[in-house]
Ligand binder design. Sequence first.
Ligand code: HEM
Length: 183
Amino acid sequence: MDLDRTLGRPILRSYLREQTSDLHQRLDAQVGSFASVAQYRAFVGQSLTFRRMAEPVCAGFAPWNALSLIDDMASDLADLDGALPLSSPSPVVLRDPAARLGALYVLEGSSLGARLLFRRAEALGFTERFGARHLARQSGDRERWRAFVELLDASTFAPSAVAAGAVLLFEAALEIYGEALIG
Ligand code: HEM
């Protein structure tokens, strides 16, 4: 694990990645490889359900605002002729600012994987203007992730309290993405 050389403590980003890597792997396996339009459509619907739940609970963490992808996801779903999801899972309960920072790590970090997912969606014929606008937008701003990692690594919260929020949100995502694929 990387260490902050001045303080001898683990770099928070590396710690969070390590603490959530099993959950992330399970999520990858659930989401699948977009082998068909139906699979991609199901992914977009599940992502919309997830972000509708997660974005509001992560809001209000000054000095960071999570990127909102809800409108772009709804437009993508309409392009894909998908019905808007009806399910609204209970919001995760983030007990303190440390947990909220950990949850934000999950939302912001998902932009890294979005680059790969955008290429997979392109292979199905979707673009930044049709069907895959949320993935294009999410992966379009590399500076944003760099800035977020700086915020993370400057934090003085107990790493375990931040990781608790990240784990909670990953577990909620696993439940949502694990729901039966919609036609
Ligand atoms: C099939 C679906 C997914 C794939 C293939 C995938 C793939 C990836 C890849 C390749 C990275 C590392 C990129 C890099 O280091 O440049 C990454 C990072 C990350 N992804 Fe995913 N991802 C997927 C879905 C998700 C979802 C749905 C979430 C959250 C709900 C998520 C959360 C994260 C987080 C937090 C990181 C940052 C890890 C770090 O600190 O480096 N991913 N993903």
